[in-house]
Design a protein around this ligand. Structure first.
Ligand code: ADP
Ligand code: MG
Length: 294
């Protein structure tokens, strides 16, 4: 394509709310044949809702929720925002001190003199916390039922877990169909559990064999790299801190406009409307600009 055509394409993208980092990006987009989609916040709304608070140790549901909510209030993860919002609805949250977090893992901080840890099993383990077999069974059953479950420990002892659910965005299924029509193979990638990932995949028409669940942020990079090693040219769409490295590794990184700054910085293009329909539109735009489709 001529530089003029590329610039026109970039300008057209801007009109559509597709921000393209540079004209060259359109050139790179042309050959993409695989689209890796982050689940939470990309295929789904990312506005999660707390379904249940399960107490497994001492203390009440209210205490567990208040402590977890106070620490999660320091994190911008969709899970964190849902727990903090839910907890704040039941009363004012204390401030958490000494906050730390691991993207794709969980959070930790001190609330009212207690150390509170919330997150996935591997994050608990990193902090020397191990659920009993019975606790793990109950947690596993909640996951198998298709909810996102998050452990909560107080003073390094498991206190229980919170279950949450998310909603597939209107338009995700249609957009994934359009991406298929453009010749792209959709792949679902998530740090969340397999049962939830399979439910979402079924709702949007992604093959169960193309679902990667329970993946860490580094694991996301490995999945993209693996597809590339197999000969694929990979686009990746994501929104989280946990997606940034994979977005950078992909041949074409696409960020949701509502996503975190790190994701937007790592991406080649950003869709301001946060929809997969715009992702399909971006691919169509590049092909049209490059004369691959009319
Ligand atoms: P996704 O790929 O679905 O966007 P992440 O990689 O961000 O998910 O997170 C993977 C898992 O790590 C979550 O399902 C959750 O178990 C845990 N996790 C991440 N951040 C938090 C948090 N702030 N609080 C609790 N758990 C978290
Ligand atoms: Mg996400």
């Amino acid at each position: 394509a001529t530089p003029t055509a590329l610039l026109t394409g970039t300008g057209r993208g801007a009109q559509l709310g597709i921000l393209i980092r540079g004209p060259q990006v359109l050139e790179d987009t042309r050959t993409v044949d695989t689209i890796v989609l982050d689940k939470t916040g990309t295929v789904t709304t990312g506005t999660m809702a707390v379904d249940d608070v399960v107490v497994q140790g001492e203390g009440s549901t209210a205490t567990l929720l208040r402590l977890a909510g106070a620490v999660e209030a320091q994190s911008e993860h969709p899970i964190a925002q849902a727990i903090a919002r839910h907890a704040a609805g039941t009363g004012r949250l204390p401030d958490a001190q000494g906050f730390s977090s691991a993207p794709g893992g969980g959070v930790r901080g001190t609330v009212d003199g207690s150390t509170v840890t919330a997150g996935r099993a591997s994050w608990l383990e990193q902090n020397g916390i191990r659920p009993s077999a019975a606790q793990a069974r109950a947690f596993g059953a909640a996951e198998d039922a298709g909810t996102t479950a998050v452990w909560v420990a107080v003073d390094d002892v498991v206190a229980g877990f919170v279950t949450l659910s998310d909603t597939v965005k209107d338009g995700s299924a249609t957009a994934i169909g359009r991406l298929r029509d453009l010749g792209l193979r959709p792949v679902l990638l998530t740090g969340d559990n397999r049962a939830v990932a399979l439910q979402v995949a079924a709702a949007v028409g992604i093959d169960p064999a193309d679902v990667h669940a329970g993946v860490t942020p580094e694991g996301k990079v490995d999945v993209v790299r693996g597809l590339q090693a197999g000969g694929a040219t990979v686009a990746m769409a994501g929104d989280g801190v946990n997606d940034a490295a994979a977005l950078a590794q992909a041949d074409l990184g696409i960020a949701m406009g509502s996503g975190t700054d790190v994701a937007i910085e790592a991406a080649d293009l950003t869709v301001m409307g946060n929809s997969l329909e715009q992702v399909a539109q971006a691919i169509e735009l590049s092909r049209r600009t490059l004369g691959t489709i009319k």
